[in-house]
Structures are given as structure tokens and as C-alpha cells.
Design a protein around this ligand. Structure first.
Ligand code: G3P
Ligand code: CA
Length: 244
């Protein structure tokens, strides 16, 4: 069954990458959440999409130039100006702590494409081990050097290659870099890619899938998962498809 992942949490109704969005995803019944991590100046794993604070928070400048004690005071309401609960920037460990209460799968996207964030992989892996979440966390990145580094450090963890262009036979590429999954932009996905990936044991979870026709198609094709801003809508479509 195609697993439904809430992109940056239930970001259609709550500020992205906040506990409010993750809790909303759980309430909606999502199988998983997707989130983004950046590294602060003092080496903490902050859950936020952009390298800069400007778009989603009331702070400014690069995350890498802030210490956590100051970052933790910011609000990350983004466009949800009325939101008033759980709207701070979480640490990855806060999300992992919350996951003790549920069975949510967590796709951690390492946002180390613009800045390499030395030591980020080790910190994330250490946290996964601390919580015994080896079977509940998928590590993805557009930086595939980072994914191969994760594989070297922790071959038991599932890595997922994010990409947005038309990669040829991406399931073969995933095997070559020892990734257990591909996370392609939905624009690049073809039925053959879904079928060959699944047949070859490579998980495939396209992003960001918000159109009904795409969600229906992926579910009918037996795609491993999909990443959407609106997990509630995707779950309703999955129910319909499974009923027919
Ligand atoms: O992980 C899928 C998707 O989140 C990648 O793109 O820009 O939304 O982080 P972006
Ligand atoms: Ca992401």
C-alpha cells in the first residue's frame, strides 16, 4: 500500500516544519512525515527548510549563523499568522521525542546541498541510534555524496536519492550509490520507473504530489509512497482506490 508522507508536516493547513504541522499530520492519519534539517552555529539540528530564516520565521539571516538559544525564541508561523501553538522551530530531537507517542515514519531530508554542514550526518545517525529509530527514519538528500557517506557510516539505514531532473534508469543509479530509495520530483516519474524500482527492491516516493490525478495514479501503480502537502486528501483518495 502506498504510504502517505506529509510534506514538511501537514503544510497545507499548518506552518511547515513545526510541531503544529507534524501533529496535524498525525491527526489526519498520515503514515509518515517529511522534514528538513539545517545545522545551527553551535551544531544543533534545526528543523527548517531554507538556509535562511527570512521566509518562514520572524528572524533573519542564515541558520548557520545563529546559536540554538536564540533560534529557539523565534516563531516560524510562515503565512499562518493566526497560528499560536507549537509554532517554534523544532530540533530534530524534539520531533523524535514526539514520535515515541505514535508510529509515524520520519523522512529526514538533510539540507546540505548549499552548505556541506560538516558533521551533520554523524549527528543525525547518532540521534537515530539513541532513539532506536533505525526502522522508522529514512534519510534523503539532493547531495548524493552525503548519502554515500551515510551509507559508509550506517549501512543499515535507508537512504533516498532526491532528484528533480530526468535521471535515466534511476533504480540502477540508486543501486550504484547504495540508496534504498529514490525520491523523484513528480514531474519526472513514469510508470516504467515505478515498476522497475519496485521490482528491483528500490523504494520510490515522489514529491510533492498534490494533484488528485497524480495521487490516484501513483497508488494504482503500487508506488511505495508519496510526499504531499495534504495528507488528508491523499488518504481519502487511497481509501477510494482500495475500495474499487
Ligand atoms: O523531500 C521531498 C521534498 O521536500 C524536496 O524538496 O524543496 O520541498 O525540500 P523541498
Ligand atoms: Ca524537503
Amino acid at each position: 500500500m502506498t504510504a502517505i508522507f506529509a510534506h514538511r508536516g501537514f503544510s497545507a493547513i499548518a506552518p511547515e516544519n513545526t510541531m503544529a504541522a507534524f501533529r496535524a499530520a498525525e491527526t489526519a492519519g498520515a503514515d509518515g512525515i517529511e522534514l528538513d534539517v539545517q545545522l545551527t552555529r553551535d551544531g544543533r539540528l534545526a528543523v527548517i527548510h531554507d538556509e535562511k530564516l527570512n521566509r518562514t520565521t520572524n528572524g533573519q539571516g542564515y541558520v548557520k549563523d545563529w546559536d540554538w538559544k536564540d533560534l529557539s525564541r523565534l516563531e516560524a508561523k510562515y503565512k499562518f499568522t493566526e497560528a499560536d501553538q507549537d509554532i517554534g522551530i523544532p530540533l530534530l530531537e524534539d520531533v523524535f521525542e514526539w514520535m515515541r507517542e505514535n508510529e509515524i515514519i520520519c523522512n529526514v531530508e538533510l539540507k546540505n546541498n548549499e552548505f556541506a554542514y560538516e558533521g551533520m550526518e554523524e549527528k543525525v545517525i547518532r540521534l537515530i541510534r539513541q532513539f532506536n529509530y533505525e526502522g522508522r527514519v529514512i534519510l534523503s538528500s539532493f547531495n548524493h555524496y552525503s548519502l554515500t557517506y551515510v551509507y559508509r557510516l550506517a549501512p543499515d539505514l535507508e537512504t533516498a536519492a532526491l532528484y528533480s531532473s530526468h535521471l535515466y534508469m534511476p533504480w540502477k543509479y540508486a543501486e550504484a550509490i547504495r540508496a534504498g530509495a529514490i525520491h523523484p520530483n513528480i514531474r519526472t516519474v513514469k510508470s516504467e520507473i515505478i515498476r522497475s524500482s519496485v521490482e528491483n527492491g528500490i523504494h520510490i516516493r515522489p514529491y510533492t504530489v498534490n494533484k488528485e490525478k497524480h495521487i490516484r495514479w501513483l497508488i494504482e501503480e503500487g508506488c511505495t509512497g508519496l510526499i504531499t502537502d495534504d495528507p488528508k486528501a491523499a488518504l481519502a483518495i487511497r481509501d477510494q482506490v482500495l475500495d474499487t
